[in-house]
Write a protein of this length. Structure first.
Length: 189
């Protein structure tokens, strides 16, 4: 097993009572891990390189995949058309149509959405409006918003949808399985 310790941890190793003990201490927050080994068959010292991103829950890409897998996470009746759609200022995370036939531009943030995310979404919506002859909505998706962002979204005419990365992670771990009967009943609606 692997136990990651952040930079700045203090380590101590000792041999007592025919056992090897390793202890890691972290000051902030205060915590420690103590491991005792009764038998040691091999000791290896390696220089490990870990380029992976540490994430307890879902990344923005995972949140995007969860919405594509289960569009009702955004809202009932939402139908994704594409994702990472190229528009003049950048890439739209998800592009789709709502239950009223309006185009929807979705910007996803894993952390609390700030002013920069709201302004970025406004630029994407303006870009899409210039390309289509239909009403366009913008929806900012994040666990929550930074102070003042709700007022900015209202001023810009944009919507907010609170979505917890934990919920997205759980959907990706165990995708919903539909029975064949349920599938055909949904198609009939």
């Amino acid at each position: 097993p692997v136990n990651w310790q952040p930079p700045g941890c203090l380590f101590s190793v000792s041999a007592t009572n025919n056992a090897l003990q390793i202890r890691a201490i972290r000051r902030k927050p205060a915590e420690s891990v103590k491991i005792s080994f009764d038998n040691v068959y091999q000791v290896s010292v390696l220089s490990l390189v870990d380029k992976g991103e540490f994430s307890l829950y879902a990344s923005e890409e995972d949140m995007q995949r969860a919405i594509l897998l289960k569009p009702s996470l955004l809202e009932e009746g939402f139908k994704p058309i594409t994702y990472e759609k190229r528009v003049e200022p950048g890439f739209v995370d998800i592009y789709g149509i709502d239950k009223n036939g309006r185009f929807v531009v979705v910007e996803i943030k894993r952390k609390p959405a700030g002013r920069k995310a709201a302004l970025q979404l406004a630029k994407y919506v303006d870009s899409v409006r210039s390309m289509v002859n239909r009403e366009v909505r913008g929806v900012l998706v994040a666990p929550n918003m930074a102070r003042g962002v709700q007022r900015l979204l209202a001023t810009l005419g944009l919507d907010f949808k609170a979505l917890d990365p934990k919920k997205c992670a759980s959907i990706l771990i165990k995708p919903e399985v539909k029975r064949l009967v349920d599938f055909f009943e949904d198609k009939g609606k």
